[in-house]
Write a protein that binds this ligand. Sequence first.
Ligand code: ADP
Length: 447
Amino acid sequence: MFQKILIANRGEIALRVLRACKELGIQTVVVHSTADADAMHVRLADESVCIGPPPSRDSYLNIHQIVAACEITGADAVHPGYGFLSENAKFADILAAHNITFIGPTGDHIRIMGDKIEAKRTAKRLGIPVVPGSDGAVSEEKEAKRIAAEIGYPVIIKASAGGGGRGMKVAHTEADLEVALQTARSEAGAAFGDDAVYIEKYLQKPRHIEVQVFGDGFGRGVHFGERDCSLQRRHQKVWEEANSPALNAEERSRIGGVCAKAIADLGYSGAGTIEFLYENGEFYFIEMNTRLQVEHPVTEAITGIDLVHEQIRVASGGGLSVKQEDIKFNGHAIECRINAEDPRTFTPSPGTITHFHTPGGLGIRVDSGVYSGYKIPPYYDSLIGKLIVHGRNRVECMMRLRRALDEFVVDGIKTTLPLFRDLVGNADIANGDYDIHWLEKYLAKEE
Ligand code: ADP
């Protein structure tokens, strides 16, 4: 087992990883920018190293400084959290070259899944169902038209190097296709330095359903069920639940089994998430994230398993603490992402939190790095906390969520709490009846 883990992240996820390390009796080092000197994870860590000024590229993305911090403190492993360097293959390779363990998959696996065309090709080869479309990159208009005619309109053109919901264009007719192809290519070239794009069928009313997987480092794979993350705004997840209200036990075990086998065949090690669009009872692979996800606590709530413990065990060569047959799904969990944003316009609302009071009681978990008097710096993303609620079934979970939202107090800044108070009283949400467009339509109506 590791002696000392360096946490290369900030905010709630840095605290989340720190808690797991403490439970396992592992020493912790955190790195931070000058803007985060007062952060909770810095206060609670055994050691901290300031690695640079506020902008991420000079601190949390500065590989050189982070490796130096490992060497100075003698850390033998790095947990990257999510975002920042968590899906940076070069970072994983550099750590390996320095004999420091990257708590995540190999650089090669990160590279494959970071290239969407390669990821889709790999998924298909491993028997994962994919969205019908081109086999690789498409650059010629003639070829694009032939493929679109074959799969049928509407189609979506996506950048191979895309991410964060950027670099996608929908074409509803052949007349739209030429412009969509040109703009997608030039936008991808400008944004990602790679103009490769591919075409796939545009699904009209899908849900976003993702499967939590783990490779144990010894060629075995397991799944921890799915999460439904269909409630999104601008491709950003807002509310996540496990299990999905749309799946039955047979579908869950079928898609879970396909994913677990694929992970085993790939020889993957550590945590991963295989993302699907789900429509009319069919799953369509869209991408795989080779890291821990923001929404992992809903899976922890229904399985009772600490996924960060498992990540650390696997990375240290100790394998998983559970086999597939030990993983049972109990009840229902929902996560609300609380952002420091105006709940109507979603513009960021940095500033000082004058009062912070979190709900408590059975089935409530709050993962947050903020506290009363904390000043939110304007440099990073606006997530200030996650409320995760568990109940024996979805109805109990929603009842508990409603009262937890009533108890939650964040004063001094604007947050998205009022949005969740509205959603929890909505009939479609109560019925679990929503797709990936539901939230944007709802917000447009409210305006
Ligand atoms: P990113 O890496 O940028 O997040 P994804 O491939 O995961 O890109 O797609 C992001 C979102 O775009 C999906 O959650 C979905 O809302 C939409 N999307 C992607 N592909 C399709 C498709 N074939 N049909 C309909 N919507 C899609």
